[in-house]
Design a protein around this ligand. Structure first.
Ligand code: ARG
Length: 464
């Protein structure tokens, strides 16, 4: 067993406690980032005159060889090292001897681990963004295919007003687009360079931190070395972004579980993404979406875990912070898995137009009846009262607006004319909407096109 700090001690570390406290089994995921950071540090030390150009070049080529080997064979990144930083340094010294031992001058694992996690998030967040955009794409395709199909919308989970199915689908795309932007914010927050902070007080070597930052694609330097060694805000921002994305996927899952259920059947899941029951032959269960809903708790738990870890530590690096990686990796894996399955479920969704449209008719047209009266000069509050009384009568007689004869309309208010019949249909209801964010067919058509344009832009960014 090798440690980076054995010189200070008379005794070898307690084997069980050392193994328990080691992080290599999970921080090996930072291998690539650790090497990337070390390459930049090797260049910076040459710039500062701490390494000769020849030494720096030797270190860089050895690090590149280590990186290559790790990429070719993930099993290569293993050993009884304390952490990934010790692992890389052990290999480097193994290859170069004393020259390899020169690399850690002026650098601490405290800033190194923060840098690695920052590099990791900057490298990995785009894949999560793409996965979210893929769901937006699936929803947008379904929205376009739905055309002018109608369904009820709900408030308090009671039928509210008719909407276009496309409008409902895009209602789930909107939060995912915010999540996409939120992850970009998290990625940006991670883009501050910690190197130059040393263990806590800074470094005595004249390294050009601005140059290192540029080298690593960062746009700034951390403002304070003490803060830098314990700052995990960027990880918390990431976990918040992931948690909120999971909350949105969970709500999408919940909507679809209900609307595909036998009581609604507005949509149907593809068989390939449904599961059966071992006992009840008729069952077609939405397990994948239930799991998405269930796993949301994990992501929120990861955020809570990190915040709780962060709240207790005194200034400077404390080993508690090693826990950050469990939270970040678990949240990332959770979101990655959920986005993939949600996209497949949406791609496989089929719309039952007749059933959805039928449910969009009936007493949920009451607001349109009131709006009709307002159009005839009745104050809205009075119109609401008149239509409320009419609804009470229809409910008692188990009837709907469509069954009312003109004299019955007139009995409710003499402002009703024969044209009320045309106004009180689900199609007329959506067509009457006037605002850009509404379910008016022209507005929704525009929203579908806008979503397609956003997807093209997002794909352009991802392709760069
Ligand atoms: N494995 C440690 C972590 O994840 C690396 C930093 C160790 N620093 C130290 N001073 N022990 O936080």
């Amino acid at each position: 067993m090798t440690t980076l700090w054995s010189g200070r001690f008379d005794q070898a570390p307690d084997a069980a406690a050392f193994e328990w406290g080691s992080s290599f089994t999970f921080d090996r995921r930072l291998f690539e980032d650790d090497v990337t950071g070390s390459l930049a540090w090797a260049r910076a030390l040459a710039g500062a005159g701490v390494l000769t150009e020849a030494e720096s070049a030797a270190i860089q080529s050895a690090l590149n060889a280590i990186l290559e080997q790790g990429r070719l064979d993930p099993a290569f990144v293993s050993g009884d090292d304390e952490d990934v930083h010790s692992f890389v340094e052990r290999l480097l010294v193994g290859k170069l001897g004393d020259t390899g031992k020169r690399l850690h001058a002026g650098r601490s694992r405290n800033e190194q681990v923060s840098l690695d996690l920052r590099l990791y998030l900057r490298r990995r967040i785009p894949a999560l963004q793409e996965a979210l955009a893929d769901i937006v794409g699936a929803l947008t395709r379904q929205a376009r295919a739905a055309g002018d199909a109608l369904m009820p919308s709900y408030t308090h989970f009671r039928p509210a007003q008719p909407v276009l199915v496309a409008h409902f689908l895009l209602a789930h795309a909107a939060p995912l687009r915010r999540d996409y932007e939120r992850l970009a914010t998290a990625r940006n927050e991670a883009g501050a360079l910690t190197l130059g902070s040393g263990a806590i007080a800074g470094t005595s070597y004249a390294v050009d931190v601005e140059a290192i930052a540029r080298d690593l694609g960062f746009d700034r330097i951390v403002p304070n070395s003490i803060d830098a060694s314990s700052d995990r805000d960027f990880a918390a921002t990431f976990l918040y972004g992931v948690s909120l994305a999971m909350v949105h996927l969970s709500r999408l899952a919940e909507d679809l579980i209900i609307l595909c259920g036998d009581e609604h059947r507005f949509f149907e899941f593809s068989d390939a993404l449904s599961t059966g029951s071992s006992m009840m032959p008729q069952k077609k269960n939405p397990d994948p979406l239930e799991l998405v809903r269930g796993k949301t708790g994990r992501a929120i738990g990861d955020l809570m875990a990190l915040l709780t870890t962060m709240k207790g530590i005194p200034s400077g690096y404390n080993k508690d912070l090693q826990e950050d990686k469990h939270a970040v990796f678990d949240a990332e894996d959770t979101l990655a898995g959920c986005t993939a399955v949600v996209k497949s479920v949406i791609d496989g969704l089929s719309l039952n137009r007749a059933r959805a449209a039928a449910a969009a008719s009936g007493l949920l047209l009451a607001t349109d009846v009131a709006d009709y009266l307002v159009g005839k000069g009745v104050p809205f509050r009075s119109a609401h009262e008149i239509v409320g009384a009419l609804v009470r009568k229809l409910v008692a007689e188990q009837r709907e607006f469509g069954s009312l004869a003109l004299d019955e309309w007139r009995a409710a208010s003499e402002r009703f004319d024969a044209d009320v019949v045309d106004r009180v249909t689900p199609a007329a209801s959506v067509a009457a909407k006037r605002t850009p964010q509404s379910t008016a067919p022209a507005a929704v058509q525009h929203a579908v096109e806008e979503s397609e344009a956003w997807l093209a832009r997002a794909a352009g960014i991802a392709g760069r």
